[in-house]
Design a protein around this ligand. Structure first.
Ligand SMILES: [Zn+2]
Length: 156
């Protein structure tokens, strides 16, 4: 599944990437040309007008409520049967798949305390950013639980 999100859905985009979904955000107005060029993707939008055009064109889309991240996330997870588990295998900045790396190769980029206690590291080749499961991941998981506290089965 490859999602294309409207520019206003950046918050949702971040969470979908944490869940391991392939996504991209389209910043400009979504025109018929854009829809046509991306017709094999699933559009996530908040514009009723765009939804009408997509329905006519036979494009897969999901119309979401504006400004309500909790509802947006809940609807996407349910509609597309996404496992509500933070896989954290996609770069949240650019959407690239992360590559597992050896910490020895990145020693100069890792704070000594982290280096001692954590063994698993992932790397985004595109952003040249190193990821590891630190305290911020615990906070992320807590935030995810509270976002989905509407009764979805959790596997975090
Ligand atoms: Zn990246």
């Amino acid at each position: 599944m490859n999602f294309l999100l409207e520019g206003s859905l950046k918050g949702l985009n971040k969470w979908l990437r944490f869940l391991g979904c392939q996504t991209e955000v389209y910043e400009e107005k979504i025109t018929k040309e854009v829809i046509f060029q991306n017709q094999y993707k699933i559009f996530l939008i908040t514009s009723l007008e765009t939804a009408k055009i997509m329905r006519k064109m036979g494009i897969k889309f999901l119309l979401l409520p504006r400004e309500n991240l909790k509802a947006q996330l809940f609807m996407v997870i349910n509609k597309f049967n996404i496992t509500p588990k933070l896989t954290l295998n996609i770069c949240s900045l650019c959407g690239e798949k992360l590559v597992p790396v050896k910490k020895e190769d990145f020693k100069d980029q890792i704070p000594p305390k982290v280096y001692q206690s954590i063994n698993e590291y992932n790397y985004c080749v595109k952003c040249q950013k190193l990821y590891w499961e630190g305290d911020h991941i615990k906070r992320l998981k807590d935030r995810f639980k509270s976002l989905l506290s509407l009764g979805v089965q959790l596997e975090v």
